[in-house]
Design a protein around this ligand. Structure first.
Ligand code: CUA
Length: 162
C-alpha cells in the first residue's frame, strides 16, 4: 500500500471536511432559504431592446407590469443610465412578482430590499427572479453596480398595497 505521510493525510481529511461543509452550506441556502441564482434566461439585442414592438421593454412604461392571474404579476424593467423604467410599481399584498430586467447601455445592478432579489443587469442579457410579497409596505430597489456619475440616482420603489 502507498505510504501517505500523516501530515498529508490530515490535510486530505481536513480538506474533505471543509468541502462537505461548503457543500452543505450551498444545499441549506438553496433549499431552506430559497436562494435563487440569477442566470441569464435569454439573450437580447441592447440596440433595439427599447424600440416599440421589438421587446416587452419597448412597450409603454405603464404597460410593463402585467397581471397574469390574480396575485400573479410579471414586470419588465429597463435599466439605463441613470434610471429604471418603471421606477414605481404597485401590486396588492400576497402577490408573486417575476422581475425581468435588462440594460440598454452599460452594466447595472438590481437589489430589492426585504427580498432575496439581487442580480446583475447586463446589456444583451435578460435577468429574471421571482418574489412573493406577503407584507404590505414600500420596498426600495437600487442599482448596486457602479454605472457612472448618475449611479446614485438609480433607484425605485415597489409598493405592496394592503
Ligand atoms: Cu446603474 Cu449604478
Amino acid at each position: 500500500m502507498m505510504h501517505i505521510d500523516s501530515r498529508e493525510r490530515n490535510f486530505i481529511i481536513g480538506t474533505t471536511i471543509l468541502l462537505l461543509i461548503f457543500g452543505a452550506a450551498v444545499l441549506v441556502s438553496s433549499f431552506a432559504f430559497g436562494f435563487q441564482v440569477p442566470a441569464p434566461v435569454e439573450r437580447i439585442d441592447p440596440k433595439v431592446v427599447a424600440t416599440p414592438g421589438q421587446s416587452p421593454w419597448g412597450d409603454p412604461v405603464a404597460e410593463r407590469l402585467r397581471e397574469l392571474a390574480p396575485n400573479k404579476y410579471e414586470v419588465y424593467i429597463l435599466a439605463q443610465a441613470w434610471a429604471f423604467q418603471p421606477n414605481q410599481i404597485r401590486v396588492p399584498v400576497g402577490s408573486t412578482v417575476t422581475f425581468y430586467l435588462t440594460s440598454k447601455d452599460v452594466q447595472h445592478g438590481f437589489r430589492l430590499d426585504g427580498t432575496n432579489i439581487n442580480m446583475m443587469v447586463l446589456p444583451g442579457e435578460v435577468s429574471r427572479l421571482t418574489a412573493t410579497f406577503d407584507e404590505p409596505g414600500e420596498y426600495n430597489f437600487i442599482c448596486h453596480e457602479y454605472c457612472g456619475v448618475g449611479h446614485h440616482t438609480m433607484y425605485g420603489q415597489l409598493i405592496v398595497e394592503p
